[in-house]
Design a binder for this molecule. Structure first.
Ligand code: P6P
Length: 334
């Protein structure tokens, strides 16, 4: 692939090289890219066109929705429901699964997405993103139900995210490594700028919301305490910390320079098994991180091995540089 490969060419060349890929999947990935271009445009202009505020509603998670949460959800649905590639959709913003309207053709894939992850960052102008995960719809299913979405993360055929930051980037995997594309706004194309992204096995940088420290379990308490103490606490190096409160930005940083990101289980009264959602946050990010040579775990089990109990199930997430995540897992095993 030359240095100016665009996403469309890349997807077609990947399909030729991978017998598992189909026209449907290639078409779906291009449709998702179109939706993300539209979302990038809306995010960039939200202050100008007055859609950066809070909506008067809550989502299924009980979180106050931003106007853009609802608008970007509609962008994803409107860009994807007519394509004939999907049998159904699931969205962070909608409690029930989203059926394809009866008058539109159905396809062979199921998509789960968070249309605007980190949307609380919109009004402070920090990076936000779109996360998506694609599964095959079980053979013979004409009216998908939530049961059809309850597949292990290892069943994903594609996962990706877009980060709307200083540049708009699309990060994609279909199981053959991880590739990063930068949106060239002048021509409206995603250009391959970060082929075969890999996560360094070691790191000296951790990301966690420290304000929850008193609620963490002992293994995470121990790990973070050791990072903060660095060479004065038994580790062989000192650590740096980052926290952007936007998973797409954290994962992109881990992909570009390593690191470990934690949103662990905590015993806050409001916690429902974790903060991040399995199907459209943890699972797609786990596929991407593992494809880039990293590790993604709850601390006790591999994220990709979990069979979802529901579309909006939450799980603890510890992901990033292999040797650090494996250390944290070992602390959970002690
Ligand atoms: P906190 C954004 O709302 C999100 O789902 C992730 O993108 C992010 O990593 C996390 O929650 C931030 O959580 O507790 O710092 O607001």
């Amino acid at each position: 692939m030359n240095s100016h490969t665009n996403l469309t060419q890349f997807i077609i060349e990947q399909q030729r090289a991978n017998s598992q890929s189909t026209d449907d999947l290639s078409g779906l990935m291009n449709d998702i890219a179109s939706a993300c271009k539209k979302i990038s445009h809306l995010v960039n202009r939200s202050g100008i066109i007055g859609i950066g505020g809070a909506a008067e509603s809550e989502n299924v998670q009980g979180e106050v929705q931003k106007e853009l949460d609802i608008i970007t959800n509609d962008v994803m649905v409107d860009h994807l429901n007519w394509t004939g590639h999907l049998a159904a959709m699931a969205s962070e913003e909608i409690e029930e699964i989203i059926q394809i309207p009866a008058h539109l053709p159905k396809g062979k894939y199921l998509i789960s997405f968070d249309p605007l992850d980190g949307s609380s960052n919109i009004d402070i102008n920090l990076s936000v993103g779109t996360i998506f995960s694609i599964l095959r719809c079980p053979e013979g299913t004409t009216e998908p139900t939530v049961e059809d979405f309850k597949q292990k993360g290892t069943e994903q055929v594609c996962a990706g995210f877009c980060v709307y930051g200083p540049t708009t980037m699309m990060i994609l995997t279909t199981g053959n490594g991880v590739d990063g594309f930068t949106l060239d706004h002048d021509v409206g194309e995603f250009i391959l700028t970060h082929p075969k992204m890999t996560i360094p096995e070691d790191t000296a940088e951790f990301a966690i919301n420290m304000s929850n420290q008193r609620f963490w379990e002992p293994p995470v308490q121990r790990y973070i305490d050791e990072c903060i103490k660095g060479v004065d606490g038994g580790r062989e190096k000192n650590f740096n910390m980052r926290w952007v409160a936007s998973m797409v930005a954290e994962v992109y940083r881990v992909l570009t320079r390593g690191g470990v990101f934690l949103y662990p289980l905590d015993n806050k009264p409001t916690t429902q098994g974790g903060k991040l959602r399995l199907m459209y946050e943890a699972s797609p990010m786990a596929f991407i991180v593992e494809q880039a040579g990293g590790v993604c775990s709850t601390g006790r089990e591999r994220i990709l091995d979990i069979i979802p109990e529901g579309v909006h199930q939450r799980v603890p997430v510890i992901l990033g540089s292999k040797n650090e995540v494996e250390r944290i897992i070992s602390y959970h095993q002690e």
